[in-house]
Design a protein around this ligand. Structure first.
Ligand SMILES: *Cc1c(COP(=O)(O)O)cnc(C)c1O
Length: 225
């Protein structure tokens, strides 16, 4: 049997104080989440809408839920009343939909722009030009129920540490560019969400402020997703 609390404490011990841990609970049962909740963890991440909305009512309401997976616009409505932060904003259509649904329930959702930094076609994400264009548009200024708090990215799945480092560095530089150009007076734009079980030590060295860690805490997932 794996001891989830021991895993959690070990991960927490390895993180600098300013780095926020998102415990990625996808595929794992509510009992496991509760065990970590009892150990003090309050921030959890899920990547599937259906799974998330099934778990949500079975868990304490003071959990800070982060949605980290690809999100289709037609499913935004289901999660907006429940989530605190969405890491995976990979289109402006999606951001506008989040804003629209958040307005209906009078919430403001923290959002991160997801950037494509990996050397893999399958991953979703924006590029610096498209993000800059949108942030300069009147459409963006009209959004009142979303707050852009930073950027998110996933490195290539490879044991080439140097490549992973270069990709994280790229995300860091995108963050710096956007902050400089659009958020100098907005202190809430401060998050760089990068680093998972296998690569988070490198991500931290490259400036991560939020790590999304699943298997190092919950153990291996039986399904790949
Ligand atoms: C599953 C997942 C993680 C966590 O992955 P681990 O390797 O289990 O730590 C982080 N980010 C996203 C977007 C994920 O889907």
């Amino acid at each position: 049997m794996i001891d989830l609390k021991v895993n959690l404490l070990q991960v927490l011990k390895s993180l600098p104080e300013i780095v926020k841990l998102v415990a990625v609970s996808k595929t794992h049962p509510v009992e496991d989440i509760l065990e970590l909740y009892d150990a003090g963890q309050r921030v959890f991440g899920e990547n599937r809408v259906q799974e998330f909305i099934e778990k949500y009512p079975k868990l304490p309401t003071d959990i800070e839920w982060h949605f980290i997976g690809h999100l289709q616009t037609n499913k935004v409505k289901q999660i907006v009343p429940l989530v605190h932060t969405i890491h995976s904003v990979d289109s402006f259509k999606l951001l506008k939909e989040i804003d629209k649904e958040a307005a209906k329930v009078q919430r403001c959702i923290s959002c991160l722009f997801e950037f494509h930094i990996a050397d893999e076609d399958s991953k979703f994400g924006l590029n610096l030009n498209s993000a800059s264009e949108f942030l300069s548009s009147p459409e963006y200024f009209a959004l009142k129920n979303v707050q852009i708090i930073g950027v998110m990215g996933m490195a290539t799945f490879t044991d080439d540490h140097n490549q992973v480092r270069i990709e994280f560095r790229k995300l860091r530089s995108i963050f710096d560019s956007l902050r400089q150009a659009f958020f100098v007076s907005d202190k809430r734009f401060k998050e760089i969400s990068m680093g998972m079980t296998l690569d988070y030590p490198i991500a931290i060295e490259e400036g991560s402020t939020m790590v999304r860690i699943g298997s190092a805490i919950f153990g291996e997932r039986t399904s790949i997703r």
